[in-house]
Ligand binder design. Sequence first.
Ligand SMILES: Cc1cc2nc3c(=O)[nH]c(=O)nc-3n(C[C@H](O)[C@H](O)[C@H](O)COP(=O)(O)O)c2cc1C
Length: 340
Amino acid sequence: MDLKIVRENAREKLKGYCRVCTVCDGRACAGEVPGMGGAGTGSSFMANLEALAYYRLNMRTIHAVKEADLSFELWGGKLSMPILAAPMTGTPYNLGGPMSEADFIEEIVTGSLMAGTFSMTGDGADPSMYESGLKSGAAHKKTTIAIIKPREQKEIIKYIRRAEEAGVLAVGMDIDGAGLVTMAMKGQPVSPKTLKEVMEVIALTTLPFVLKGIMTPDEAELAVQAKAAGIVVSNHGGRVLDFAPGAAEVLPAIAERVRGKLTIFADGGVRTGADVLKLLALGADAVLVGRPLAIGAVGGGREGVSLMLNKMKGELFQTMLLTGTPDVRHVQADILFEEI
Ligand SMILES: Cc1cc2nc3c(=O)[nH]c(=O)nc-3n(C[C@H](O)[C@H](O)[C@H](O)COP(=O)(O)O)c2cc1C
């Protein structure tokens, strides 16, 4: 199997939901939520790609970096690269049901492990979707991070306890899911949270806690205050708020405020290893990849997922050599070209 076949298979199986475009940039699928697109005009999805494309890389080849170290440690787990699978749920309404929710997430988690890395699993409009993620979490202990929707406090408590029992590496909340139409449509109440509520939730568990959907330095500071172990700088793949900036646009200011105080993940529009290195140079510790892995899972199962991740890993390695970057934990901002 190769990526061309994976993509052709996926295009066939995702008909009506995802066109598997040459570049997955949110243009063709603007407004398709539920579906694979971005909300409204699709501007937030597109902004993720545009923000990354804005940056160029300085090429440097007179140096001693002949090998690049991609390894990354996360809360005691050893990863082959700082690239994780983003949480994705809703195969019936987002992908048109080419496979069951449980099979989908299992292919993502297993494919990521084949490539040496971990996955986040999500929470959707049907509570069984969260359970599917936990099932994979239980089968592959300490390698998944269960991301819970900003449900009612008493519900979140139950969801955290079930994740702990399953044996996940960490838990978290996609707090930007506060206005998701797919949740509202299915009568699952979600809402923004006060700082007090966020603190209450984080204090409930000894597991590392990730707040996903942080887009401003002030909220990143609140995450530190609430003792989150990590944040995901993310506009939810452009699926929740139209006219949000791209993650790469807001990341530098956020990193300046909170770098070193918690783990900074970033996602949105990561399609190549060069995109990964750009986000690391802008202040992320690691990145998440969404839609390309959904395409990999549908088109080629776990092998498709691992092919997608390994392609990015190879590109990241090449890009590190050609920018003189010895390891992913010390990526210099000056690998980015700035016009003077
Ligand atoms: C079909 C689909 C389902 C998603 N479901 C979830 C979810 O359940 N929880 C969550 O935190 N994010 C969810 N997301 C957002 C992703 O985790 C991630 O932030 C986004 O897809 C990254 O952008 P990219 O797809 O351009 O890589 C979903 C995204 C897609 C495309």
